[in-house]
Design a protein around this ligand. Structure first.
Ligand SMILES: C[S@@+](CC[C@H](N)C(=O)[O-])C[C@H]1O[C@@H](n2cnc3c(N)ncnc32)[C@H](O)[C@@H]1O
Length: 285
């Protein structure tokens, strides 16, 4: 009798030699201008090993070869190597704190500029747009949403999410202090729901790489949540300086629940507004 399936003798990769990884990162930088040398080593290695095992590559040289000879594959590599986990109204108490502590400051401005750095598929941007609308601030707000991963940016621009998530997102919305029903802001379309254009027309989506790109405006609020955890301490410091240089007078910065700027060389330029929910304000200069 023949077996129903033939199992190939696959080699499973578990670690990468450090010098080879270093050479690989240099090549990626040289070919494509993406600098991953300051990503937190352990998690970044795990992501690369995952890609190699998925695509059955015997060693880093094979991955290197494919990346150099196939720019489309490089796009897939970026999609796989970045972690895009997100959700709407993630950490609802954080959003409540924004509404209570930051919105009153934003309400004093005639134009409100907000930067979502590392916006993933837009979950956080649509969440904030809804709360701004309920506070009567959306019409004078511009939400700049950037990410290194072009594929999630395209998805964010469409404002389409799987219908399977709507109950969870609705609960988060109410826990964040939402005043209506989340369904007031979207329409269902088969297996997806899509947010109203009135929200997305206040949004500007653009690629931006926090490792190498400069500031592009002055913002009253910057949100960069759950991104710094993937960077080593040097890169975190560099990015926090970038934010400091991008914040308008009286502006605020929000990080993820496991992130801080306390170690940074510019920590004394910020004062804490809500320690638990990781919101800071720039000190008066
Ligand atoms: C875990 S998600 C966080 C999404 C959202 N901010 C949240 O808290 O739910 C991290 C995002 O950072 C992006 N990212 C990773 N490295 C980046 C870089 N160098 N520049 C800009 N974005 C980056 C990833 O593509 C991903 O979308």
């Amino acid at each position: 009798m023949f077996p129903a399936t033939i199992i190939m003798n696959k080699k499973i990769i578990e670690t990468l030699p450090e010098n080879e990884l270093q050479q690989f990162l240099e090549l990626v930088y040289k070919e494509y201008g993406y600098d991953f040398s300051n990503y937190s080593e352990a998690s970044f290695q795990r992501r690369i090993i995952r890609i190699m095992n998925l695509d059955q590559m015997p060693d880093l040289a094979a991955l290197q070869n494919k990346i150099v000879n196939n720019p489309d594959y490089f796009k897939t590599f970026i999609e796989e190597v970045t972690v895009n986990v997100s959700e709407m109204f993630r950490d609802p108490l954080f959003y409540r704190s924004l509404v209570d502590n930051v919105f009153p400051k934003l309400a004093q401005l005639s134009t409100i500029r907000i930067w979502h750095a590392g916006c993933s598929a837009g979950e956080e941007v649509y969440s904030l747009a809804i709360l701004l609308k309920e506070a009567g601030l959306l019409e004078r707000s511009l939400l700049y949403a950037t990410d290194i991963n072009l594929s999630v940016l395209e998805s964010a621009q469409r404002g389409v999410f799987p219908i399977s998530l709507k109950d969870e997102y609705s609960q988060n919305y109410l826990a964040s202090g939402g005043k209506n029903k989340l369904s007031d802001y979207y329409s269902e379309n088969g297996k997806t729901f899509v947010f109203a254009k009135e929200l997305s027309q206040r949004m500007v989506f653009s690629p931006h790489n926090l490792c190498i790109d400069q500031s592009f405006n002055e913002f009253n609020l910057i949100l960069c949540r759950n991104v710094l955890i993937y960077f080593n301490i040097n890169l975190q410091d560099k990015v926090i300086k970038l934010f400091k240089d991008s914040i308008a007078p009286d502006g605020h910065l929000a990080l993820g629940t496991k992130e801080t700027l306390d170690f940074s060389a510019v920590a004394s330029d910020f004062e804490s507004v809500d320690k638990k929910n990781r919101i800071w304000k720039i000190r008066k200069r």
